[in-house]
Design a protein around this ligand. Structure first.
Ligand SMILES: N[C@@H](CCC(=O)N[C@@H](CS)C(=O)NCC(=O)O)C(=O)O
Length: 221
């Protein structure tokens, strides 16, 4: 696996290629980089400068109208181009295209595919928004925090860590779905450990063991 740094948005690449638009330490881009690395895929990396608001410049809004990274551009050997944003969609795209041995994902005819889908949807619809709300509120001075929003986010996160704990306990092998590391672990981990508030490791020992295991794999550096 080689990560080629792209220095300018004008730089032309030769097909076939994978190009990842990222920025600094984006936890969402880290999930994608982790899978590209695990699959030993060469890719080109263009880092946007958020301090210059590059993600909101017209050329990038053409690529992702929501003005966010990560975005993956895949051009195959025939020159066909696919551009895809949202880290969960990107992980699934890479897995379905390149993880042909299903080392880190599940095939459509495997019942675990739906276990992975179920957890991914819960995670993206409930856990992650609560984590983001908690982060936004705690960044404000105390007097400007919205107590109602913060308390709701804290309660949702406590429930979510409970579900995560129960899932890991039931699976009992250190992975969220199946018997191996998968895109579900890659998707969940950066956000679980993100922010200044962590979980109660005494209350959630399986979550603690899972984060330690993923930490030790050094996938997200
Ligand atoms: N749901 C998106 C979230 C992406 C996201 O929020 N990216 C942040 C960087 S970590 C971003 O691009 N922020 C720039 C902005 O909002 O202007 C995903 O999973 O990819």
């Amino acid at each position: 696996m080689v990560c080629h740094i792209v220095n300018s948005k004008e730089e032309k690449l030769e097909a076939p290629y994978l190009k990842l638009y990222s920025a600094g330490a984006s936890p969402f881009a880290k999930k994608v980089k982790a899978l590209l690395n695990l699959l030993k895929l060469d890719y080109h990396l263009l880092n946007l400068d958020f301090s210059k608001k590059e993600q909101k410049e017209p050329w990038f809004l053409e690529i992702n109208p929501r003005g966010k990274v990560p975005v993956l551009e895949h051009v195959d050997s025939n020159g066909n181009k696919v551009v895809i944003s949202e880290s969960l969609a990107i992980l699934n795209y890479i897995a379905n295209k390149f993880d042909t041995k299903r080392e880190f994902s599940f095939s459509f005819d495997d019942p675990l595919y739906y276990d992975a889908l179920e957890w991914s949807i819960y995670y993206v619809s409930t856990f992650e928004p609560a984590k983001v709300q908690q982060f936004i509120q705690l960044k404000q001075p105390v007097e400007e925090q919205n107590r109602q929003i913060l308390e709701k986010a804290n309660a949702t996160l406590d429930d979510s860590f409970g579900f995560l704990e129960a899932k890991l306990k039931k699976n009992n092998n250190g992975f969220l779905v199946g018997d191996h590391l998968s895109i579900v672990d890659l998707f969940a981990y950066p956000c679980v450990v993100f922010g200044s508030v962590t979980f109660d490791s005494e209350k959630f020992p399986f979550v603690k063991a899972w984060t330690e295991k993923l930490d030790s794999l050094k996938l997200f550096e």
